[in-house]
Structure formats: C-alpha cells, structure tokens
Design a protein around this ligand. Sequence first.
Ligand SMILES: [Zn+2]
Length: 329
Amino acid sequence: MAVHVTDLHVLRDQLVARRQRLESAAARTHTANVLQLLDQVDRALERMDSGSFGVCEDCLGEVEQERLIADPLTTLCLGCLTPEQARALEADLQLAARIQRGLLPPEDFAGAGWNVAYHYQPAGLVSGDYLDVLSHGRELFFMLGDVSGKGVAASMLMANLHAMFRALVPTGFPLSQLVERANSIFCGSTLPTQYATLIAGKAKECGEVEICNGGHLAPLHLTHDGARPIDSASLPVGLFHDQQFVSSKIQFSPGDSLVLYTDGFTEASGTDGAEYGPHRLAQLLHQCAKEKSRQLVERCIQDVLAFRASSQVGDDQTVMALQFSPVQN
Ligand SMILES: [Zn+2]
C-alpha cells in the first residue's frame, strides 16, 4: 500500500466531502467538466474501497505517495505518464515553484534593530522548508520550519504554515499561543502522518529574543566567545491537537547573531559518507561570529559546498541569520 492506512481514511473523508460539493455544483451547471470530475472521484473512492488505491493502472507498480496525497485522483506512476502528461506535470511544478518563491520574504531584511539574511534552496523544484520574516509593530517575527516529506505535498504544507502565521502574527497573541493555534489548525487540515518541525521567534529592539521551538534543530546564539545552541523541548507541530508549547527568552548584545537552519544543511554528506553535522557548523560560526548576517549565511553555504561530496543536493536546505544591530545614538 503506497499510502499509510490512517492517511487513507483521511484522504477518503476529504474526497467524500469534495464529492458532495461537486455534486451540488453538477446539479446547478451540468457541464461536462464537472461530470467527468465526479466520475474520476467515484473511481478513486472505488479504488480506496477495493484496496487498489495507489496501484498504477498501467504497470501495476506503486504510485508515488507524495503525488497521491497532493492529488488522490492520480492513477499512473511517474514512469507511466505519457510525454504530454509529463510535460503538464512539469508545468504545474514550475508554477508551484514560482508561487513558493513568491512567498519568501526579501533576501535582506531589516526591522526593529535586526538585520536578517537567508539562503533557501529546494532539493527539487519546490521545497518543504518554511521560512518567513515579518515586522509587526516594533517587533520582528521570524519563522523557520521543515515539513515532513518532500515535493508538492510538502510544499503545500509549507504554504499552509506561511498563511497561518501571516494571519496569526497581527492578532498579538503571546508567541507560544501563536504556535499552539497554528498547531491546532495544522492538525485539523493535514493528514495524520504529516507534521513539521518549527521555530517561531520574536526579536525586540532591546535585543531580547523569544523563541518557541517545536522539535526543530537548536538554533545557535553567536556571541564574541562562540556559538552556543539554544536548546528546547517542545514536540513538532501537527502531532496532537491540544499540544502545548513553551517559549524562552534570551538577551542579545549588539553584534550578536542568531542562526537557524534545516537538517538538509547539517545532514549533507561528505566524500567519506560522514555527515556535515551541527558541530562543524557551530565551529565554523564560532570563527566568524562577528560578521554581518549576509556574510554568515555565505560562509555556511560555502563550507557545506566544500564539504559535500557531489553537487547533488539531497534535501531542501535553508539557513537564516539574524543580527542584532541597534541604531547607535
Ligand atoms: Zn506505472
């Protein structure tokens, strides 16, 4: 079975709900398009009930799980698409990639006395990494996360997180409550086996940074005497509906930086098969702790590039640096 059993139930429920909406549309419009779609939905529901859902109609192999989640009406594996279908899929992906790039904040961002720079590189056309920075009042909010899975299904969840935080930040809820609300919406709108690790943070003009870390790799606090991980214990987002999240506050001095990254960065493998690892990243950043945020990001990219065995990027890679640069009076 290409799709997890629990997910299959949720996919089925979603499809039944969509069928009802389609049916009422069909009653009003009777267009061939709607009727054809209704037929496709019925056939997908039959496949779910008969146990043949996710089996390629052509080669009887498995249809890729990520594609089934993104589109449960899919009936062919990637290898069995006609050249025309493959071209249409490629065009869809290109469009998804354009939309995703449009969701990213400006590459160099300044607000509330902080300078932000980042690097965002999908492994394929689209990424399951989530990154955003926005000013609200006299505070700077930053988010960085990693959605389970890859491809279009993961990028849809990334877009989901993006929209949720953009809507939640202006409500003025305390940081941990923002994450709790995002978690509960995320739980309600995704499949049971989908989740995301996520850091949400708030930086103030006085140098105080509040961080809520939902199961993500510890960010690094760079000071004049090195790079220190900021540990925390919350679970990833999307596991349980009523999950609670905690936040902690750290005081930054002028020139200090905060570096956040996804595991595609530290799990890059070198010529001997060894992983790049958080330790090497911390050592590198220790040596250049006082550099500007853009330079810090460039250093990270160059070091991982030099370490990596091949030019092949196996996973989505994101790194973000925020430097406390208050205006001096
Ligand atoms: Zn096939």
